[in-house]
Write a protein that binds this ligand. Structure first.
Ligand code: ARG
Length: 455
């Protein structure tokens, strides 16, 4: 494989540690596309003959068909996807195959292939995240008026609408898509033609190959082109954050569908039973979506550590970039798909949400705000007065709306019957009309804006 200098082949262990064909075979389409662009450029520049160029193009097309038909024989002895394809090309078209590697090395080749793969993965994930947003927005619109407890510290805080809660995730996913978009712009530069590290003495046209492969431009520095993997790190970082967002929603779903909460019911399609407990409906899909964040962040961390301290230019360490990226992309893709399915299918139980608002005095802030608005009390004092009223209600075992006026007046004589107009959960959410607030009108407006922005 290594030509003149080598008298004997590698040891079995060498072959095993060195080979990447087991996983980089999935770059075959990108590798062939890169080779075809390179070959066309070599012919256009007069660096190979038109005949050789045509034979190479034809051979590469045949190889693509063989791989897609499953008849291509991948060989570990040929190390990676690049050498496997090149060797098959030689079998198919003979000596002309050897001209394809003019002014190119596997270092720029693999970086090119992998950037093309990451670009496709970004586009695929973006589409899936958009579908998740669509499912969330649809549910949010259906539940713009559905009141539920809003929590901080997992403790009852203030009433919110279910629609508002779901739209929070639409915003998060929107930023995840933005991060992918930003990442894509930096991914989309062509390393091809950087050759091993120093560029080449041949009169190649890197702008032409970059354009042919849909890259925005050739990378400016040949050493950077072959040794940069921050595009993968950035991809994994974007995936990690997205996976963390998915895991938060997954956790909420796990909580919401417990009998203790009962806020939602997942469909049969996204739950599993138990082999021993006949009553069970377990949210396995949500749990697994929650867990995927672990391996995705692990993939990012692992590659960060591989890259740390690597001297320029290429080092074989970089071959370790692919498996984590493949696994992370696959894991996130599955998690998003499961999440979109669960959200689309889930049924909310507004009565259970309302029951959950009975405890915890969720309209205490509304009471304090009333004291500020109507009695012109400084908020800090209103906070204190409300605290005393809450303590009273707690002692009597009732909610604020059920506490007799006389009791409230014992704490603050200025309170009138009008106070009850702000103590219901519905009144509370309807009053939160500030921009970005949970008032049903605002939620409907926000859902519409999200549709326009994201879908
Ligand atoms: N299989 C290699 C990788 O994934 C391709 C580049 C090999 N380059 C080299 N100089 N050995 O990184």
């Amino acid at each position: 494989m290594w030509g003149g200098r080598y008298a004997s082949g590698p040891s079995a262990i060498m072959e095993q540690i060195n080979a990447s064909i087991g996983f980089d075979r999935r770059l075959y389409a990108q590798d062939i596309a890169g080779s075809k662009a390179h070959c066309a450029m070599l012919a256009d520049q007069g660096l190979i003959s038109a005949e050789d160029g045509a034979a190479i193009q034809d051979g590469l097309d045949r190889i693509l068909k063989e791989i897609e038909a499953g008849t291509f024989e991948f060989k570990t002895a040929l190390e990676d996807i690049h050498l496997n394809i090149e060797a098959r090309l030689a079998e198919l078209i003979g000596d002309a195959a050897g001209r394809l590697h003019t002014a190119r090395s596997r270092n720029d080749q693999v970086a090119t292939d992998f950037r093309l793969w990451v670009r496709d993965a970004v586009d695929g994930l973006d589409e899936q995240l958009q579908a998740l947003q669509a499912a969330l927005i649809e549910k949010a619109e259906a539940h713009a008026d559905t009141v539920m407890p809003g929590l901080t510290h997992l403790q009852p805080a203030q009433p919110i609408t279910f629609g508002h809660h779901l739209l929070a995730y639409v915003a998060m996913v929107g930023r995840d898509r933005g991060r992918l978009r930003d990442c894509r712009a930096r991914v989309n530069e062509s390393p091809l033609g950087a050759a091993a590290l120093a560029g080449t003495s041949f009169d190649i046209d890197r702008h032409a190959t970059a354009a042919a492969l849909g890259f925005d431009a050739p990378m400016e520095n040949s050493m950077d082109a072959v040794s940069a993997r921050d595009f993968t790190l950035e991809f994994l970082a974007a995936l990690s954050i997205s996976a963390i967002h998915i895991s938060r929603l997954a956790e909420e779903i796990v909580l919401w569908c417990t009998p203790q909460y009962g806020f939602i019911r997942l469909s049969d399609a996204y739950t599993t039973g138990s082999s021993i407990m006949p009553q069970k409906r377990n949210p396995d899909a949500a749990e697994l979506a929650r867990a995927k964040a672990g391996r995705i962040v692990g993939a990012m961390t692992g590659l960060m550590i591989v890259m740390k301290g690597l001297p320029l230019a290429y080092g074989k360490d970089m071959q370790e970039d692919k498996e984590p990226a493949f696994d992370a992309a696959e894991s996130l893709s599955l998690a998003i798909a499961a999440m979109a399915g669960m959200v689309g299918d889930m049924e909310a139980d507004p009565d259970a949400m309302e029951r959950a608002l009975v405890d915890g005095f969720p309209t205490a802030t509304d009471l304090a705000d009333w004291l500020v608005r109507v009695l012109d009390m400084p908020f800090r004092r209103a906070h204190h007065v409300t605290g005393q009223i809450v303590a009273l209600a707690e002692k009597q075992g009732c909610g604020l709306a059920d506490l007799p006026l006389a009791d409230m007046q014992r704490v603050e004589s200025g309170i009138t019957q009008d106070i009850y107009s702000v103590l219901s959960n519905v009144a509370s959410v309807q009053s939160r009309t500030s921009f970005g607030g949970t008032a049903p009108g605002r939620v409907r407006e926000a859902a519409k804006a999200a549709r326009e922005k994201f879908l």
